[in-house]
Each structure stands twice: as structure tokens, then as C-alpha cells.
Design a protein around this ligand. Structure first.
Ligand SMILES: [Zn+2]
Length: 500
């Protein structure tokens, strides 16, 4: 029988100078976790993916000497290593991980293999893969956490990853937590040095928007009060399921996700899974449903069910494990900790549907709706829904006169020769498709990737990307040189590792 009284969080201890938290009264599984305060949000655009790659390389060093139930997780704000097992196994595993973090030395021969593993883990695909956080925050901050492309993994080296670990894996930027007492024999030693200052991510999209996405399905995103985010998450999931699954038959599930942004704010996302034919209707029904919930009120049933679920979780060791992870992340960021499970239950038992509804209504100004861009939406739908249409493309319809002098121009060979053109003049890229002219401001780019076949992969600061594939174009080579001459050398990277 499980212990009926909830575990107790005990803080205040240190281990070799690392702040350490334990759960008293918890029962198996016994887990020990070493968290480092660095994540994808700390990566500059040219470093996107370095934390994840470094995590893989740490395990590559340990190889088969690490206990079998050890894992690493890279998130927006933390790099977390946890070991499950007997106290002796947990101590031994964390000691080994700590030793690698304290003096990282990665074999360059493993970098290429782990880069492939990372690529397989994220499901293949291209160098660019923006998600909800990217749409709102761009790249080079918390937006990286939803960017699945991790372009930097194509050119990062072993010394880059070593440097990254050495910079961030320090005593005061680390935390230990255990689902029970600190194990005997634990000896994690990290060096002490100051870590770089963290920047606060600022939303780049500030009006409710409908975003064309490279991902399948439909998703909704809001900025909310971080403390109320878990309650809002569970109640809104319930109410969206009622509206979109039960009443409309459009979806099977609503997968929610919360990401802390700092300053008491969190992004709350709901990923919906309609079949392709239902994408357009789901965009409409989901937006209307969310607005209806914010106007007419969250359901008493959703609130009651959330309360029951949380009451049942009070002695659930996984719920406490999730709490410890979240509290540790908050400590490392210098954010206030989330409420402990019993406190959260007290909040949800006293909050009124009216208060929760108001929180949701206040968040609607930050609404983003993303949908699979391969599906056609009805003309004017964005307007009807009061959303700004965002094609998430780095190209803009041309608003200025075409240049008199081109630095270089290229045209495809063959039948489209007269209708298609790429040109560069000063720092502006021009594109003609039939009678439409579009421009791309090269000064907004964050990355210019050079592919071995001569193609250029361009990504701007919002994470919007395109590929210039100049294979078999007349003037392609000169055009490519002109683009490279018009962009800073410091943002150009050889992507051949990714393309081999
Ligand atoms: Zn991984």
C-alpha cells in the first residue's frame, strides 16, 4: 500500500556546494537528478541545437558504463540528467555524469554520429522546423525550444560542445534532487565560475494571428499567468475536447504544453490532431470555441474534473517528480517556484470559474492559431476570425521600385526562363514568379547555410527560412557569390555535414 500522506519537499542542503532538494516520505522509484541551468533558450541563432548535441555527447563518453536507467533531457531552460535505480546505482551514475560535465572531452569522431542520431530523433526533415514558440519569439531565445531543425548541429564541432558545457555546468548553476534521501557515496564535483547573463525573450508577434505552419494539424497558443497555467491547461483541454471532439467530431486529442517565459508568464499551447480534410474547419471551430469559453465561462464540469484528478495525484510519485523538475528549473532561472501539488489543489479548490474565465479572456490578445500550410483555408477566414494572417515566409510582396542595376541575376534554364527570376541588388534579394515580385531583406538574416550542391539555406531572426536551389540556373554561380558578398561572413556556415 502506498503511503497515503503526500511527500514533503526538503530544501536547504548542499552537496559539494550544489543546492540539493530531497523528497521525504516518497516511495519508489528512487530517482536522482542533476540539472544544469542551460537550455535551448540560451542558444544564439548560430548555436541552435548545441545543448541537445552536448547532452548526447555526454552519454557517448559514458557509453556502457552508465547505469541502464539513466537519461538526459534538454528543455527550454534546463539540461537534466536523471538516474533511476538503487541509491548505489543512482550515486554511481550521477558521479560519472558529474565527472564528464566537470572536464568534458568529446571525441570528434563521435560528433558526426551523434549529429545523425539527433537528426533521426527529430524525425529527419530539413534544417528548418519552426514551432509555436518560434512563431511568437523568433530564434535566439525561448523560440528555439520549438525549433526542431537545430541547424547548428550540422556544423558544430567537439570543442564547441566542450566549451558550451564548461561555460554552463558550474556549481551554482546546478541543482541536485532526489526522490528520497541523498544516496551514500554521492560525489558530484563541479567547478565554480560565473555563468553568462540570460536574456529575456520578447514576443515579436503582438496581435492575434493565424500562422501558416510547416507542421501538420492545428495548434492554439496563449500567453498566461505562470501560476494559473496548469489549472487553465487542464480545464481548457477538457472544454476544447467537449467542443471539438464530442460536439464536432473533428479531433481525437488535445496535447497541452506549458513553457515558462520568465517574469511570471508562461506560453500555454494546445496541439490538435484533425485529419487533413478537417484542418480548415478545425481552425475555425477551435478559434470560435476558445473565444466562446472565454466569453461564456469555463465549465464547472472541467473545473470539477481537474480538481478530482489533482486530488488523486497528491500521492503520485510521478506528479511529485514533475513538480521537482519544475521547481528546479524555476530556481535555476531565478523565477518563483510553482506551487507544490497540495498548494495547487488548494488554489483550484478556491478559484471560481469566473476568475479562471477572466484569466483566459485576458490572454486572448496573445492568441496564435497555427495550421498546416498545405491545406487551403477559405478566403477571408482570418479576417472573419479577427486574426492577422502570417505566412511565416521571409519573402514580402515588393513595395519598392525594381532596381535599375542588379548585382547579379539568375534564371532557370528551360521553359520557365521568362517567368522566374532571382536577383540581388545591394542587400535586397528579389524574386519574380510570373507577374509577382517579392523581396527578402538580407540584413534580417540570422544564418546563411552553404550546401555542398551550391544551394543556399537562409533563415531570418524570426526563424523564417527558405532554400535557394540554383542547380541548372543560368547565372547561378555569380548570383550565389553576390548573395554571399551581401551577407556578413560571420553568419555563413558550411552545412555539408548535414547533407552528406
Ligand atoms: Zn536527444
Amino acid at each position: 500500500m502506498a503511503d497515503p500522506s503526500p511527500p514533503r519537499v526538503v530544501d536547504g542542503a548542499t552537496h559539494n556546494g550544489i543546492p540539493t532538494t530531497t523528497l521525504e516520505g516518497a516511495y519508489p522509484p528512487y530517482v536522482g537528478t542533476l540539472s544544469i541551468g542551460v537550455g535551448t533558450a540560451d542558444e544564439a541563432p548560430l548555436q541552435m541545437g548545441i545543448t541537445h548535441l552536448a547532452e548526447h555527447l555526454v552519454f557517448r563518453v559514458l557509453d556502457e558504463t552508465i547505469p541502464p536507467r539513466a537519461e538526459g533531457i534538454t528543455s527550454a531552460h534546463t539540461l537534466e540528467f536523471s538516474v533511476t535505480g538503487t541509491p548505489a546505482e543512482v550515486a554511481a551514475g550521477l558521479n560519472q555524469i558529474g565527472a564528464v560535465l566537470a572536464a568534458p572531452h568529446f571525441d570528434p569522431n563521435n560528433v558526426d554520429r551523434e549529429r545523425r542520431v539527433v537528426r533521426a530523433e527529430r524525425g529527419g526533415g530539413g534544417v528548418f522546423g519552426a514551432g509555436l514558440l518560434t512563431y511568437r519569439y523568433g530564434v535566439g531565445g525561448v523560440g528555439n525550444a520549438h525549433h526542431t531543425g537545430e541547424p547548428a548541429t550540422s556544423y558544430l564541432t567537439a570543442p564547441d560542445a566542450q566549451q558550451w558545457i564548461s561555460t554552463w555546468a558550474t556549481r551554482s548553476n546546478a541543482r541536485l534532487h532526489f526522490a528520497g534521501p541523498v544516496p551514500a557515496g554521492l560525489n558530484v564535483q563541479l567547478p565554480e565560475r560565473p555563468v553568462p547573463a540570460r536574456s529575456v525573450s520578447v514576443p515579436l508577434v503582438t496581435r492575434p494571428s493565424l500562422v501558416e505552419s510547416g507542421k501538420g494539424g492545428v495548434a492554439l497558443s496563449l500567453l498566461v499567468d505562470a501560476g494559473l497555467a496548469p489549472i487553465l491547461r487542464d480545464v481548457v483541454v477538457h472544454d476544447l475536447l467537449r467542443a471539438l471532439r464530442h460536439d464536432c467530431g473533428l479531433i481525437y486529442s488535445v496535447i497541452p504544453e506549458i513553457t515558462g517565459i520568465g517574469e511570471g508568464r508562461a506560453q500555454l499551447d494546445f496541439v490538435l490532431d484533425p485529419v487533413e480534410d478537417d484542418v480548415a474547419r478545425t481552425v475555425e471551430e477551435a478559434t470560435l470555441a476558445l473565444r466562446r469559453i472565454a466569453r461564456d465561462g469555463v465549465s464547472a464540469m472541467g473545473l470539477a474534473r481537474t480538481q478530482t484528478g489533482w486530488r488523486n495525484d497528491l500521492d503520485n510519485p510521478y506528479a511529485w517528480g514533475r513538480y521537482l523538475d519544475a521547481a528546479t528549473e524555476a530556481d535555476l532561472q531565478g523565477f518563483p517556484r510553482p506551487p507544490e501539488p497540495p498548494d495547487l489543489l488548494r488554489i483550484i479548490e478556491t478559484i471560481t470559474p469566473h476568475e479562471l474565465t477572466k484569466t483566459l479572456a485576458d490572454a486572448l490578445g496573445s492568441l496564435l492559431v497555427a495550421y498546416d500550410e498545405t491545406e487551403e483555408l477559405r478566403d477571408g477566414l482570418a479576417d472573419e476570425l479577427g486574426l492577422v494572417l502570417d505566412d511565416f515566409s521571409p519573402w514580402r510582396p515588393a513595395t519598392s521600385r525594381r532596381p535599375r542595376r542588379w548585382t547579379a541575376r539568375a534564371r532557370p534554364t528551360g521553359r520557365y526562363r521568362r517567368r522566374v527570376m532571382l536577383g540581388v541588388a545591394d542587400t535586397v534579394l528579389w524574386r519574380r514568379l510570373r507577374d509577382d515580385w517579392e523581396t527578402l531583406d538580407l540584413t534580417t538574416l540570422a544564418l546563411v547555410g552553404l550546401c555542398p550542391d551550391g544551394a543556399l539555406e537562409l533563415m531570418d531572426g524570426r526563424g523564417r527560412a527558405c532554400v535557394l536551389d540554383l542547380d541548372d540556373w543560368n547565372g547561378g554561380e555569380r548570383f550565389r557569390e553576390a548573395v554571399l558578398a551581401a551577407t556578413p561572413h560571420t553568419i555563413q556556415r558550411d552545412m555539408s555535414l548535414f547533407h552528406d
